[in-house]
Ligand binder design. Structure first.
Ligand code: ADP
Ligand code: MG
Length: 693
């Protein structure tokens, strides 16, 4: 099989080139064939120089009339290589900056193919830094001329031409051996090219239609392999015996009737979904998506009570100590009046590895604690439960996949609720978190007034301070958020510390200021937070540790300095710290944003307060790789497929994965041998999962 053959012994690749390839994840012949072009050039027809228009991208073929090399008179070390090129129809100037070695290559009369954007400079058309290749013998150059030509990201030591030649040779030699992991039937159902045709046309398309089909087929394959483990995990889970929880009972009823508010329709709906799941003797793995402040925590608490009223223990894991404590304070007070069949409900808190907490380990082990709330301290080996029946994981993306799996292992197939405040579009979520069931709270509690968001440049920062001061004068509280902790000379950003000293005795000298940042000890952070919560402080200066969860309804104003330094989802999370009560809140983004991307982020923040809309924008702006990369998702590794633009294909791939595994869960059938090999090559960790099945 080709997949195992190292490229090193292939004609044209020695140890040095093999190593250069290795940096791009290419070690075997198969990986070489899957090293796809980054773009294409249609060289069946070149544009004539006379028809070029500014601000468009062209491929032209032209000869060098003259070339020149000089240093910029403004900046000494800055070299400019210039060439005048012509074809039958006209002339154009081309310039390359800081590539002085070029002038040696660009010999008069040489013929080039150039690709780049045409601009107007000094009233004349010009291409700056165009990509180019030499044409030597046109009649004998069918790989580079007169066709749609692939353009690759080049490992060191390659030119486009040598790369094309190498790939072509590899295709010629190994395509006959390339066995298709997608069955004939599956391909027919989904209208997909076979593997050989696809690999051939992704590198050297016969025409643009076949290139598209090749792209389609290879994307499908990528989605398919990606969906298999997700579907597998889901099917396996459905096979496991879970806990049949006591969904109707006094505890839940008492809790709901003691709440100072009515659940929203969306909360009711989600609670219903959770109850239906928990009532079954199956294992629940449900993702609860909901915007910041949509009331996920109440629902999670209710689900914990379902387990508790059936005699089980529940565990609630949060990503930071501050959050765990906040949940604990709230939940402990909400549950203080509640009595179960066993007696008073007992809630415990476990954060850090505090050695004075010996007592609590004992209580959890003996079952006298019903609900334990904590940080990743809950994952410690020494912690064991009497009968853990329910697990909540808050802000799931802050934990690794492995960490998420650890806590449920402390029980016997407990039900699991995973929560996230970084929602993604629903159709996408269904496929991306394909091993989970999904619930969405798509509504905020009533009476919330949308936050007013505005953007000011640094020059007009005073206006922001004025709004903040006015809010503080009304007896409300506020935040100023900075992107860094200490002054970083390199970035020239005033850090929170420095600003704290400056504002305390200046602009905000009539108010009580606090400072909180990641370099403070945990204990100190908590002290400051507590003071702020108790209204002993008016204004909190902070770095991004404010990001998740902190819930203080009296805080109505937030200034975010250097807003362009934050990601969109992060800005939205930050803003979620205000607007939590019944008062009008203000979010002021201070930024001299320059790039289009940062401008787009600020515009999205001003346009909407809806977390789903914001997440969609974020996805669009950053692209799926970046977006999901941060959310620790395998999707970041997709090479060719794009879930945003190929949603239909992704769904089809998922359906096929599901159809296949329902028939042959362990991929035992010899017809699936190739597919299984490919799956395990990509996700080796699934070996076990398949074997046990
Ligand atoms: P999330 O965890 O989704 O960010 P929380 O559960 O912290 O949101 O809820 C935000 C605030 O709204 C809390 O103070 C909570 O008590 C309150 N809340 C939750 N549900 C409702 C509701 N149905 N009506 C009014 N207030 C609610
Ligand atoms: Mg929350």
């Amino acid at each position: 099989m080709i997949k195992n053959k190292s490229i090193q012994y292939f004609k044209g690749i020695g140890p040095a080139r093999a190593e250069a390839f290795s940096a791009y994840g290419v070690n075997t012949i198969e990986e070489l064939l899957y090293y796809f072009p980054r773009r294409y050039e249609d060289r069946t027809n070149f544009a004539s120089i006379s028809e070029l228009k500014p601000d468009q991208v062209y491929t032209i073929k032209a000869q060098i009339l003259a070339n020149d090399q000089r240093n910029s008179w403004r900046r000494r070390k800055f070299s400019i290589t210039e060439a005048v090129l012509y074809d039958f129809t006209g002339k154009i100037n081309c310039v390359w900056f800081n590539q002085p070695y070029l002038s040696g290559y660009l010999k008069t009369d040489a013929t080039l193919i150039l690709f780049g954007r045409v601009q107007v400079y000094n009233g004349k058309l010009q291409m700056s830094n165009p990509e180019f290749e030499f044409v030597d013998d046109e009649d004998n150059d069918s790989l580079n001329i007169g066709r749609i030509v692939p353009v690759y990201t080049l490992p060191q030591g390659f030119s486009q031409r040598s790369m094309r030649k190498l790939i072509k040779n590899a295709l010629d030699e190994f395509l006959p051996e390339a066995n298709d992991c997608l069955s004939f039937d599956l391909r027919t159902r989904n209208n997909l090219l076979n593997l050989s045709q696809s690999l051939l046309n992704i590198h050297f398309p016969q025409d643009s239609n076949l290139q598209k089909q090749a792209h389609n087929r290879l994307s499908f394959e990528e989605f398919f392999i990606f969906q298999l483990p997700l579907v597998l995990r889901k099917l396996k889970r459905k096979e496991k015996k879970g806990i049949k929880q006591t969904v109707d009972g006094k505890l839940v009823e008492d809790f709901v009737s003691a709440l100072p508010f009515k659940l929203t329709t969306a909360q009711e709906k989600v609670l219903h979904e959770i109850k239906a799941d928990m009532a079954l003797a199956q294992v629940m793995q449900r993702l609860l998506q909901g915007d910041v402040g949509s009331g996920k925590t109440v629902i999670a608490t209710l689900a914990c009570l379902i387990a508790i009223q059936g005699g089980y223990q529940a565990a609630f894991m949060a990503p930071t100590e501050i959050l765990a404590r906040q949940h604990y304070d709230k939940v402990a007070s909400q549950l203080s009046g509640l009595v179960s069949a066993k007696g008073k409900i007992r809630v415990g808190l476990l954060v850090g590895q505090d050695h004075n907490q010996g007592e609590i380990y004992k209580d959890i082990k003996e079952g006298s604690i019903d609900l334990i709330i904590g940080t990743h301290a809950l994952l410690q080996e020494r912690l064991s439960f009497k009968n853990l029946g329910f697990v909540v994981i808050d802000e799931q993306h802050k934990f690794g996949v492995g960490q998420r799996a650890l806590l449920p292992k402390k029980g016997k197939n407990p039900d699991v609720l995973i929560m996230t405040a970084t929602p993604i579009p629903r159709t996408l979520a269904i496929t991306l978190y394909g091993d989970l069931d999904i619930s969405v709270i798509n509504q905020l509690p009533p009476g919330r007034i949308p936050i007013k968001t505005l953007h000011l440049t640094h020059e007009h920062k005073q206006k922001g301070y004025a709004i903040l001061k006015q809010e503080l004068n009304y007896g409300r509280q506020g935040y100023i958020v900075y992107p860094v902790i200490e002054e970083s000379y390199a970035l020239d950003i005033a850090g929170a510390k420095k600003m704290f000293l400056e504002l305390k005795d200046g602009e905000f000298k009539n108010f009580r200021l606090g400072l909180i940042h990641g370099k403070l000890k945990q204990k100190e952070q908590e002290e400051v937070m507590l003071k702020f919560k108790n209204k002993e402080l008016d204004l909190l200066l902070s770095t991004t540790i404010l990001e998740v969860g902190i819930d203080i309804a009296n805080a109505t104003c937030m200034i975010i300095e250097h807003a362009e330094r934050f990601g969109l989802s992060q800005l939205h999370q930050l803003r979620g710290r205000i607007g939590r009560g019944k008062l009008q809140s203000f979010c002021i983004l201070i930024s001299d944003a320059q790039t289009n991307e940062s401008k787009a982020r600020l515009a999205a923040m001003i346009a909407s307060c809806d977390g789903f809309r914001i997440a969609e924008e974020d996805l669009k702006i950053r692209g799926p790789g970046e977006f999901f990369g941060r959310l620790q998702h395998g999707l970041a590794e997709l090479k060719i497929a794009n879930p945003l633009t190929q949603m239909k294909l992704l769904k089809a791939a998922r359906e096929e994965a599901s159809k296949l595994l329902k028939l042959d869960l362990s991929l035992k059938d010899s017809a699936h041998k190739l597919l299984k090999a490919k799956l395990l090559q990509r996700f080796p960790e699934y070996e076990l999962l398949i074997l046990v099945g």
